[in-house]
Design a protein. Structure first.
Length: 183
């Protein structure tokens, strides 16, 4: 892998195409490339979240999720290949159950905010939803496994729950939407 990455500026994309993992070339604005970019952006945003003060277990889980997202990018990069499995989706289900256990039920909508870490988790959630929509679009246009779509759906839910947990970790609460504020 070291030799493969020794030359970053290849100039092969100057004409507006990029290479996929199977050797084919596609336009840089292809649905698959959009999805890959959105997943990469989410991974980067989670990297920003990891710069914050977080519970150690959550930090380790987010790092594991970053590895999953890198695998997901690889799966998107190689048409017909599978790296994301039902086991990874199930792991997110377990994390959702774990982090939801101690949260009070929601009675109102919440706004993205509170602590800095919670706000960043909300940004991650919105980028995750965009990546999920991009993956759905790819799946409508070409064959794609179900697990990537399911993984992103669970992950966006988990990021919402983590934002609530992080507000409490910082000593705060959810920021509630005040529906009567304008009236």
């Amino acid at each position: 892998m070291g030799n493969r990455l020794s030359k970053i500026a290849t100039r092969t994309g100057d004409a507006g195409t990029t290479g996929l993992g199977d050797g084919s070339r596609v336009d840089k604005d292809a649905l698959r490339v959009h999805a890959m970019g959105d997943v990469d952006e989410l991974n980067s945003q989670i990297g920003v979240l990891l710069c914050e003060d977080l519970p150690q277990a959550m930090r380790e889980e987010l790092i594991s999720i970053q590895h999953d997202l890198f695998d997901l990018g690889g799966e998107l990069c190689i048409p017909g290949f599978q790296l994301i499995t039902d086991a990874q989706v199930s792991r997110l289900d377990s994390l959702l159950e774990k982090y939801n256990a101690d949260l009070p039920p929601l009675k109102d909508f919440i706004l993205p905010g509170g602590s800095r870490a919670a706000a960043i988790a909300h940004v991650c959630r919105t980028v995750c939803r965009r990546a999920e929509r991009a993956i759905v679009s790819v799946g409508k246009a070409e064959a794609l496994n179900d697990a990537p779509r399911q993984y992103m759906n669970r992950l966006s839910d988990l990021l919402f729950v983590l934002s609530r947990v992080l507000n409490r970790y910082a000593g705060g609460q959810d920021v509630l939407w005040q529906k009567e504020r304008v009236r």
